[in-house]
Write a protein that binds this ligand. Sequence first.
Ligand SMILES: NC(=O)c1ccc[n+]([C@@H]2O[C@H](COP(=O)([O-])OP(=O)(O)OC[C@H]3O[C@@H](n4cnc5c(N)ncnc54)[C@H](OP(=O)(O)O)[C@@H]3O)[C@@H](O)[C@H]2O)c1
Length: 254
Amino acid sequence: MPRVLVTGASQGLGTEVARRLAEAGYEVVVHGRDAARSEVARARVPGAVASVTGRLDSLASTRLLGDDARGRGPYDVIVHNAALGPDQDRAILTEDGLERILQVNVVAPYLLSTMLSLPQRIVFVGSDAAFSGSPAVDLAPPDPWDGHAAYAGSKLLLTMLAFELAHRHTDRQINVVHPGWVRTRMGGPRAALPLSDGADTPVWLATSDEAIARRGGQYVHRRRAEAAPAAAHDPALRARLIARLAEVTGEHLR
Ligand SMILES: NC(=O)c1ccc[n+]([C@@H]2O[C@H](COP(=O)([O-])OP(=O)(O)OC[C@H]3O[C@@H](n4cnc5c(N)ncnc54)[C@H](OP(=O)(O)O)[C@@H]3O)[C@@H](O)[C@H]2O)c1
C-alpha cells in the first residue's frame, strides 16, 4: 500500500487525516514534536505503522526529524499539516533567530522538502488567511507585531513554496488545501466545521483519482480548485522566497 507521512498528527486535522488514511489502508507514518506527542499520535491513529519525532521550531530538531522520516520512507504522499496559529501576543525568535510562526509554518516544510525524496503527491495544508497575508519573502515578522498578520503571511509564503515545487515538478500532484474553519485547538470551539469536514479535502487530495486531485499547482477548497493568491503565481517573488529559505537552512530545493 502507499506510504504517507502526516506532520502534526498529535491532534486536530492531522490526527483526523492520518486516521482516515490508515482506515483506507495507507501505511501511515505520524509525526509528533517530541516522544510524548508522537506516542499520543500513535494512540490516536491506531492503524499507523510508525511515528517520527521532531520540533519544527528548531532547524536542528527538524533535521533530526527529516533523518528519522527518511529512514521510514520513501513516501508516496506527504501531508504538511503541522502549523502554529495566530495566537501569539509578541514576536518570538527561535534558537535560529527566526520568528517562530514563520519557522514552523514555512521554513520547516521547506527544509523537510529538501531532505525527503519527492513523493508523487504533496498536500500542503494552507489557509484562506493567505489572501490577507503580505509576501514578506525576507521572512521578517510583521512590525509592529500582529499575530494574525504573521499567520496570514506564513500561509501565503507556504502557498508560494507549494506553487514553486509544483512548477518544478509538473509530473507530481503538489497542491495547497484550505480546509475551512474547523473545530480544533487552532480553529476554536466556535468554528463552523467538525473535524470530519475539515479533513475531507486533504484526504481526497492525497488519495483520489478524480481529475483535480490528479493535477498539481492548485489552491483547493471543498474539492474544487479556486483562484490562488496572486503572489503564488509570481515566479520572481517565489524565486526570492526560495533563495531566502535556502539561505536560512543551507539546503537547496530540487
Ligand atoms: N482549524 C482551522 O480552522 C484551520 C483553518 C485553516 C487552516 N488550518 C490549517 O490546518 C492545519 C492543522 O491545523 P489544526 O487546526 O489541526 O491545528 P492544531 O489543532 O493546533 O494542531 C496543530 C498541529 O501542529 C503541531 N505543531 C505545532 N507546532 C509544532 C512544532 N513547533 N513542532 C512540531 N509540531 C508542531 C501540533 O503539535 P502539538 O499537538 O504537540 O501541539 C499539532 O499536531 C494547519 O496547517 C492550520 O494552519 C486550520
